[in-house]
Design a protein around this ligand. Structure first.
Ligand SMILES: [Zn+2]
Length: 133
């Protein structure tokens, strides 16, 4: 069973004010062109508008692509883990880890849901686990 990749430094976006943690997965939605914008930026990726507003994601999507890393680069990066690109139902894509899944179970299009996990550093990171209903 795969766990999360550990030991990865998380640097907050320097130029974007991210709302306080609330136990929700959030993204930006453009008020001008309705594009879902993620990772957060100051201007919309679709039309360069600054009319971005925070929205709450349902945290459900499907696996676009993935790789299972069985030999981490260095000890701090932990054991085997799956790095994946997930397409969220709201129309944005994010890089994440798949957890609580066997490597052979992972496939393109697999339905997943967010699994928010505290890192112990006052941060919560979004991982994804199979959506079994
Ligand atoms: Zn826009």
């Amino acid at each position: 069973m795969l766990g999360p990749q550990i030991g990865v430094p998380v640097t907050p976006a320097a130029s974007v004010r991210i709302p306080p943690e609330s136990g929700e997965l959030r993204y930006q939605r453009c008020g001008a062109c309705d594009t879902a914008n993620f990772a957060p930026t100051e201007m919309c990726r679709g039309c360069s508008s600054r009319a971005l507003q925070w929205a709450t994601s349902a945290g459900r999507g499907s696996v676009y692509s993935w790789t299972v890393v069985r030999r981490p680069q260095a000890r701090p990066f932990g054991g085997a883990h799956a790095v994946a690109i997930v397409d969220l139902d709201e129309g944005y894509r994010m890089l994440t880890n798949l957890v609580e899944v066997e490597p052979a179970e992972i496939h393109s299009g697999m339905r997943v849901r967010v699994d928010l996990r505290p890192t112990g550093e006052e941060r919560v990171l979004p991982f994804f686990t199979p959506d079994r209903g």
